[in-house]
Write a protein that binds this ligand. Structure first.
Ligand code: CAO
Length: 540
């Protein structure tokens, strides 16, 4: 028959009512000796409570967010025969005296010298030559009792060494990447008012037993409770706050700032999250840079395509590198709706043909796009919300009509802007289209010529296609996609007639524009394009 084993919280030194930040097992789980069961966090350290026996968890007695003290019941488990820790009582597994407490980065006594105090690394149980993964103060810093001075990391836990006195850092004796053992000097403080907290009674620089360590009545019954090794943590962004790889002071900072550590990417060794990482994350969030803060979206899996056949890897071009994130931002931030319509441009095409020689004499080429730009300006005047932007809880209505157009260039997609398109006649627009697209292709556009657009047109009419979904050039709120004109039979009430139909694909931001408005804009635009007189206005 299986033996019932109770696993309890080991001696935590001076700590009581310690927070449970994670429960790592559930009833029915099979655990081995040393399998971490729960994670505790004191002000000074984060540590796991390991199982003292192998078996199957019958019941978990603690919950995340709860508090425990030494001796609190963690789990009851049905031990596999003969697997209980040697020396463990059948009913109550002995707490490993002073071990979790050692990980709790006990407050080391300081050796007092006249007017200055050395703060030493406290007793760390069985650990020696522990890595310094962060030095949190520099010479000249003012510190209080308990200000974290350095972060240490054993294989099992990350812990801060707190100051034992208030004063000014006169010298820092440790460096990032170095190793320390109990008794190593961390800093020398000057201007210390009185004897340091729990100061050693002599000027000896050797640390006396750590004040927060358990009074060791008996030698530990088992090796120090292994905190979960940082190296075995899952990648940072897949973890929650409790399991994020970060020291106590970083956790404290994160909690104060309301940062979910599970979303912060650590830049330290093995992905450890530093103070700077937390601050950088907050800055990125404040400036709206979700991407800098780490992707909140599920990731597309990376595939080693070479496993399936020959491949060639080419770096992205400069323009792709710039436009890609902007397109992505627009796609994920703006709820797009695309309204499709067709404009009968038979009359427009007839007028365009008539204008051909006149346009050539004026040194311009008139394509359907010039008419479309003019028509869009009229539609924008009729429906100003399409010429607006969202700004928090406000809508910014632009009184200017700067129309951008997507230009396909050898280097990638560019969007030059025709400024004050409402003030140009058809030839003026045709000239702007020709000039800007030629310079876009040559790569000689100035930065300012691609800024300030209030509405964009993407014309694929010269290439083909029947419809597509253009991505809004945010923070604009609408974009018109144009596909290739097709001659179609259209019923006029009495007979089918061959008409030249221009496909329109209008994407709009549904936060600002509702479906009815989207359809009205498209219908209006079609009407203007079908009756081109207004578009010819101003021509000689
Ligand atoms: N239907 C039928 N023919 C059309 C047409 C349409 N809707 N639009 C243009 N055409 C014709 C033009 O009349 C021209 O014909 P001719 O050579 O016989 O005179 C031909 O197609 C080529 O036109 P164009 O592309 O040189 O000129 P444009 O004014 O239509 O467009 C520009 C200019 C810069 C917008 C275009 O060259 C371009 O780069 N388009 C691609 C835009 C793009 O990439 N959009 C996708 C962005 S999202 O990835």
């Amino acid at each position: 028959m299986s033996q019932t084993i109770e696993v309890r919280v080991p001696d935590l030194g001076n700590f009581t009512e310690v927070g449970v930040i994670d429960v790592l097992v559930k009833a029915g789980d099979t655990v081995a000796i040393d399998t971490p069961l729960i994670t505790l966090e004191t002000e000074k350290a984060t540590m796991d409570v390991p199982s003292t026996a192998a078996g199957v968890i019958a019941k978990v007695h603690v919950q995340k967010g709860g508090k425990v003290s030494a001796g609190s019941l963690v789990v009851t488990l049905l031990a596999a025969k003969g697997t209980a820790t040697p020396g463990a009582s059948p009913a109550i597994a002995p707490a490993s005296a002073g071990t979790a407490a050692a990980a709790a980065a006990a407050v080391a006594p300081a050796a007092v010298t006249p007017r200055s105090v050395d703060v030493l690394v406290p007793d760390m149980g069985n650990f020696t030559e522990v890595g310094v993964i962060d030095v949190l103060v520099k010479v000249g810093d003012k510190v209080e009792v308990d200000t974290p001075l350095a972060t240490l990391e054993t294989e099992k836990a990350t812990m801060d060494v707190p100051s034992t006195a208030a004063g000014t850092v006169e010298a820092v004796h440790v460096q990032k990447g170095g190793k320390v053992s109990a008794g190593s000097r961390v800093v020398t403080l000057s201007g210390v008012a009185g004897p340091a907290q729990a100061a050693a009674p002599s000027t000896s620089s050797v640390a006396a037993p750590a004040t927060a360590a358990a009074p060791r009545a008996a030698p530990p019954a088992a090796p120090p409770p292994p905190a979960r090794a940082a190296a075995t943590l899952p990648p940072v962004n897949e973890t929650g706050f409790g399991t994020a790889h970060a020291g106590p002071s970083v956790r404290k900072l994160a909690r104060e700032l309301g940062v979910d550590l599970g979303r912060v990417k650590g830049s330290g060794q093995r992905g450890r999250i530093t103070h700077e990482d937390v601050k950088a994350w907050v800055k990125a969030m404040l400036s709206g840079g979700l991407q800098a803060a780490g992707p909140a979206l599920p990731q597309v899996p990376r595939v080693d395509f070479a496993k399936f056949g020959p491949v060639e890897v080419r770096p992205l071009g400069r323009i792709q590198k710039i436009s890609g994130p902007r397109l992505h931002a627009a796609w994920v931030n703006v709820p797009h709706v695309t309204q499709y319509d067709e404009a009968d441009i038979t009359a427009l095409e007839a007028e365009r043909a008539k204008l051909k020689d006149k346009a050539a004499a004026a040194g311009v080429k008139i394509t359907p796009l010039a008419f479309i730009v003019r028509a869009c300006v009229l539609a924008l005047k009729e429906y100003p919300v399409f010429n607006a932007s969202l700004d928090g809880e406000n809508m910014v209505l632009k009184k200017y009509f700067h129309v951008g157009f997507a230009a396909d260039t050898p280097n990638g997609l560019l969007v030059p802007v025709i400024r004050n398109a409402d003030q140009l006649d058809l030839f003026g627009i045709a000239h702007a289209l020709g000039d800007l697209s030629e310079r876009a292709r040559k790569g000689t556009l100035k930065g300012g010529e691609m800024q300030g657009g209030s509405f964009t047109i993407s014309s694929l009419g010269g290439i083909g296609g029947t419809a597509f979904t253009p991505i809004i050039n945010a923070p604009e709120v609408a974009i018109l996609g144009v596909s290739r004109t097709q001659v179609k039979p259209v019923w006029d009430g009495q007979e089918f007639k061959a008409r030249q139909m221009l496909p329109l694909s209008l994407s709009y931001d549904h936060r600002l524009i509702d479906g009815a408005m989207g359809a009205r804009f498209a219908v209006y635009l079609s009407k203007v394009l079908a009756d081109p007189d207004a578009l010819l206005a101003g021509l000689p």
